[in-house]
Design a protein around this ligand. Sequence first.
Ligand code: M6R
Length: 608
Amino acid sequence: MCGIVGYCGYRRTAQVLLEGLKRLEYRGYDSAGICIQSTAGALDVVKRTGKISNLQNAVQEGAEGACGIGHTRWATHGEVNESNAHPHNDAADEFSVVHNGIIENYLQLKQGLEAEGTVFRSTTDSEVIAHLVAKNYRDSLEQAVRDTLFLLKGTYGIAVISSREPGRIIGARNGSPLVIGVGDNEMFLASDVTAVLAYTRQAVYLNDGEMVSITDKEFTTLDLHDRIIQKQIELIDWELEQIERQGYKHFMEKEIHEQPESIYRAFQGRLNTETAAAHLGGLNMTLQELRQVERIRVIAAGTSYHAGMIGCTLLEQIARIPSYAELSSEVRYRNPVIEPNSLYIAVSQSGETADTLYALRELKRKGAKVLGMCNVVGSTIARESDGGVYLHSGPEIAVASTKAFTSQLSVFYLLSLMFARMKHCSMEDGLKFISALQEVYDQIRDILGRASDIRDIAKKYSHYRHMLFLGRGKTFPVALEGALKLKEISYIHAEGYSAAEIKHGPIALIDEHTPSVVLVPDDFLRDKVISNMKEVKARKGKIFAVAVEGDREVQDIADDVFFVPKAWEHIYPLLMVVPLQLFSYYCALELGCDVDRPRNLAKSVTVE
Ligand code: M6R
């Protein structure tokens, strides 16, 4: 989704802004722009549709200034063109604004301004902010922005500069993240800390209802009533190289291959062989409170929802706690009843997904206890949860989520072990659980070492226009995830189903033009899945099976098969998703798709 970068300091402003915008590319965008303020004050705006490189080519060599703001736009209001790209200026070009989020009452505000003679240059909701700031300016930019914020309904993260106050940026946040990067004689403002990581590790996160005034020397955080708020500087421990490709062709490929390490980090320091249990530090719940949990509800979207579905099955089967995952977008509006002794878990890689954040707020409003399971440290969901667990996957840049998914599963294993050991699970079984988890790194390394086998299989399947993904039990959500991965990056139409469900409808689609990807773990449902495979073959459907090493029967039925190492049955979702990630990656590669930045998608979906 949209991204913001702002800079005040001694470096070449255009270069800092463009580099920051490039770091935000992964979030998804369709146009970009910057506004540089010359030392004399004048505002120079350059915008382009398409890639940042288009913008880079258009920015004058040596375009320098006291400060500047930049933006990547992911269109919501108004088509993709240069006038709709940000920054937006007021009529006199004295104020320039970049905005993430949606101004819900923009039409009403626009009509009011037009009635007073203001001419709009774009069809966005954001442009009203620039005109309103200009109209409200009396004594300072800070005052003008503050007065404007009281008129806005909706969500925003904004950065504003003005020729009347060279060298100053005003930022404000309501529902759309903003972080201040603190340097020496330079300050940054960004919607995502990755934009400034090349320059500073020191970050200050704004909360909703907060503003910041930045110069190269200092930053001041304030509330909307002009009261100073003291904020803590947090140290970001992500390495810059973690957000670079390190020789891989795509971030997605790199992130798939990072999984042995990212899973290791999710477990690190949390598995205890002395107690045969898992210990999670940030839950903010006493032992007694944890023992009182009678049911768990997971809220999430997309890939995180699939992880939540598997997590709930694990919690139910291993810890014997009734658990259920629900799409966060649906939770918010169905007026959920909060049952006593329920624990809610909001799962989100980015920690900024609007559907999940708003559902979390609604649940908390109704008195629910909500934990966050996020990857991005300091993200809004992480901060607004009552407690939580970080994934520690490191930055996930590719739009298609891969390593965050397996880290989410890893944390669900930890939660299952933790709860199980508080109840019925013996020390012996706890230790078996831990050793099964500790084998995962090598098992995934083994799968990744055979990635070229999957590339060869993908070559045979990438020309199909439709595919079904079938699984049962814990691998049913893996089938959903495999289908999601394939469709989002290769644009091949793919649907995930419980293998048992195909006879209730989807089997009508099966013929020689619609292959199926079937997951066959060696659990007690295996024989039933084998029967489903035979049903597919009877209708001339081609099958790519992901099965467990040594399963000759699957090999005989399927056209192609990839074996994962033999493991404890609960581990198969974690192992079987990896070949599916590789399969979608190689299909997309075959089709020449933009793997890391698939069309229409955004990494962090901050609008409803
Ligand atoms: O950041 P989140 O985990 O909350 O994101 C949720 C979904 O938007 C995300 O998983 C999306 O489905 C990915 N593109 C899947 O690869």
